[in-house]
Unconditional design. Structure first.
Length: 76
């Protein structure tokens, strides 16, 4: 998938509740793919703490796929 914010290929997929997504992501991008890096940047710009909402990260590579579970999270 291609991030519509930065144009880079994103291999990580993640989920946050719609309310968090709508608070963090500019309205013009809300119905598009946004990579985790851009999501984090947008969340920081508007001071949205999403640390408790990402429970798993999904990585889809060219040779393998992985599911990473969150062990701990904190706000930086």
């Amino acid at each position: 998938m291609i991030c519509k914010a930065c144009g880079r290929i994103t291999h990580f997929d993640f989920h946050v509740p719609n309310e968090i997504w709508e608070l963090a992501i500019p309205e013009v991008l809300q119905n598009n793919v946004v990579c985790l890096n851009c999501f984090d940047r947008y969340a920081k710009e508007v001071n949205v703490d999403y640390s408790e909402y990402i429970k798993e990260l999904y990585f889809a590579g060219d040779r393998a796929c992985f599911i990473f579970s969150t062990v701990s999270a904190s706000v930086v």
